[in-house]
Design a protein. Structure first.
Length: 628
């Protein structure tokens, strides 16, 4: 591990903690936006717009400015820099499957929402949504709730909810944006600096009286690396296409209607595990994923409240091409209807009903449905006490009814033009086996029992109007009936307990210089979890030389992990590593044109993320974004 990167990481974390004692001013996010921290609004943990100081969760909010300072990258890269989260595979060859490890959990315990609609793939083993399908340049903002959130969001929301909000139309009759990025895609031992990564996005949007629209197209093509880490291996290219259309009409102050349609397709060459050794080798395997989504969202607003429906239909076609070709066809219907009512400035309620129908074609068509009524209430007192509590009845066509609930109190005390917030949470969640585990081609077990989780959290947050914020949290999560794979899928006979600590700090050392850091400690008290680091640190320094010129330096440390070497079927401890990235942007022509450059893995560190797979070395990209 490079000593320079270690020293840098320690300095960044130390600076931010020292800032707590000095109460230095900061800006929000990674730029110098002069919005007061106390006025930051979060939505996902209650579905109401609440000031952060009144929220009982430490919600992660990725702003529009932060996304714009990461143009040309993947959405998984951005999320992977946040506390409590490890998205395994982001540092390896482009087309590799991603592992969502949040608080010691896995993919099937993370729920993804896009514009308020649950998205997942019932044909996948873990029922997750493939983040590789999302073009970051179509995203307006992201909120992440860590911990059990099944009361509001249902099945799978056990360790995190990733709420993605896509871009909306602007006020002008017509606006357009063009983005193009070209970069390298090379390993640490092959620094040839050939153009191998291409990213393009074009969008048009506007408002015409009561009608609004947005249409976008994006493509990404990446070549240059082989998935298998071996000499003279063939390159495994990755390509993705995204098409999105959003239309909306405001009939009156009381009623509005929005619709969307999207088509996303990715194709990647992969390397497989041929017999007799069943270790990763340079093969001609490939993977395709094609998804079509349409949806509608009517909203009726009345005095003190609103009634809204989010409904969507998704059609998925996947194919894995190897010695064993497998094809999947999946369809899903999701309807979430909810009524929000504000009694006064202190009491907010939401009552809803969520229906979902999932089906996948295996040897025959298999399906299940869920029908979940839910209720949640928020109380914000004028003396510092805040309560967020709710309940949900999961009605599963295969497993009957399961009751889940959450209780999330917090108490805020005014301190030196800021506040100190004490927060706690107790929440339960229910995760049903998915169709692939019950009826799929490999290791299916129709006798699986659903998994149940409970999560306890407790922490502190300090923030002031000078801009400084520090928060720390302890969590303890227990899993029962965890679904594992041995010779097939089965329920673990013993409970698993994961606990950990998450610390975040953001400060502004001087005007226009922002420092943000986070540290995560995660430990499985019994058993083993693969590829999960016990220690992880992220740090970012962002500096605005002027209104038009911005630069940032990003550091990430990933501690030792355990992985399985399938050539010996032995568990191996992977060494820690550190990565540093550079970013620079310059706006021209009255800020309508932005030129930017990125250098990732600056010191060209050679490391292993997943045994047998290639990792990215130093890479450079250049891009432009034109808006008018």
């Amino acid at each position: 591990m490079n000593k320079k990167t270690n020293v840098f990481g320690v300095l960044c974390l130390g600076i931010s903690l020292c800032g707590f004692a000095q109460q230095l001013p900061i800006a929000i996010g990674i730029d110098s936006t002069k919005v007061e921290q106390l006025d930051e609004v979060v939505v996902s943990d209650s579905r109401f717009q609440l000031k952060r100081e009144n929220s009982g969760k430490t919600v992660i909010k990725i702003s529009k400015a932060e996304i714009e300072n990461n143009q040309g990258r993947n959405i998984s890269d951005l999320i992977n820099a946040k506390s409590g989260i490890e998205i395994n595979g982001t540092r390896s060859v482009e087309g590799i499957n991603l592992g969502y490890f949040v608080r010691g959990g896995n993919n099937r315990q993370v729920l993804v929402l896009i514009d308020g609609v649950q998205v997942n793939d019932p044909s996948l083993v873990s029922n997750e949504f493939d983040l590789r399908l999302v073009d970051l340049n179509t995203v307006e903002s992201i909120e992440i709730i860590k911990g059990a959130a099944s009361t509001l969001y249902g099945n799978s929301a056990a360790t995190a909810v990733i709420n993605i909000t896509t871009k909306k139309s602007y006020g002008k009759p017509i606006s357009a944006s063009f983005l193009s990025v070209i970069g390298t895609n090379q390993s640490a031992d092959d620094q040839n600096y050939n153009g191998s990564s291409f990213n393009n996005n074009v969008s048009v949007n506007g408002n015409l009286d009561k009608f609004n629209y947005l249409a976008s197209f994006a493509n990404r093509y990446v070549d240059g690396l082989s998935a298998a880490k071996s000499e003279n291996a063939e390159k495994d290219p990755f390509s993705r296409f995204n098409t999105n259309l959003k239309l909306g009409y405001t009939f009156s102050d009381a009623f509005e209607l929005s619709t969307f349609a999207s088509y996303d397709k990715l194709k990647t060459d992969t390397d497989g595990f041929p017999p007799p050794n069943y270790t990763i080798a340079d093969t001609d395997d490939a993977y395709k994923n094609e998804q079509k989504r349409i949806g509608i969202s009517p909203k009726f607003t009345y005095a003190n409240g609103s009634f809204q429906v989010n409904a969507a239909y998704t059609e998925i076609n996947r194919e894995s091409i190897s010695d064993f070709v497998t094809s999947y066809e999946a369809k899903s219907y999701v309807v979430d209807a909810f009524n929000k009512y504000v009694f006064d400035d202190t009491f907010y309620t939401i009552v809803g009903f969520n229906y979902a129908d999932y089906n996948t074609l295996f040897d025959q068509e298999r399906s299940y449905t869920t029908s979940d009524p839910y209720v949640n209430a928020v109380y914000v007192s004028d003396f510092g006490l805040n309560l967020n509590a709710g309940a949900r009845l999961n009605n599963h066509s295969e497993y009957g009814s399961h009751f889940v609930y959450n209780f999330n109190p917090s108490y805020t005390v005014a301190v030196n033009s800021g506040y100190v917030k004490i927060l706690g949470s107790y929440a339960t969640s229910f995760i049903a086996p998915n169709l692939s585990q019950l009826f799929g081609f490999f290791g299916a077990n129709p006798d699986l029992e659903p998994e149940e989780n409970r999560t306890i959290e407790g922490g502190l947050e300090f923030s002031n109007r000078k801009g400084f914020r520090l928060n720390g949290l302890y969590f303890n999560r227990q899993e029962d009936n965890t679904i594992i794979y041995t010779t097939g899928y089965e329920n673990a006979t013993e409970s698993a307990t994961v606990h950990g600590v998450e610390v975040e700090a953001t400060i502004n050392l001087i005007k226009d210089l922002t420092v943000s850091t986070n540290y995560t400690f995660t430990e499985l008290q019994e058993g083993l979890r693969l590829r999960l680091p016990k220690h992880k640190v992220n740090a970012n320094l962002g500096y605005n030389f002027s209104e038009s010129t911005y630069t940032s330096l990003t550091y990430q440390f990933v501690g030792n992990r355990t992985d399985t070497d399938f050539s010996t079927y032995q568990n191996v401890e992977l060494k820690s590593f550190s990565l540093i990235d550079l970013y620079f942007s310059q706006k021209l022509i009255e800020n309508k044109l932005k030129l930017f450059a990125t250098v990732t893995n600056l010191f060209n560190e050679d490391y292993t993320e997943i045994i047998g797979y290639t990792t990215k070395g130093r890479n450079v990209s250049l891009g432009m974004n034109l808006n008018f």
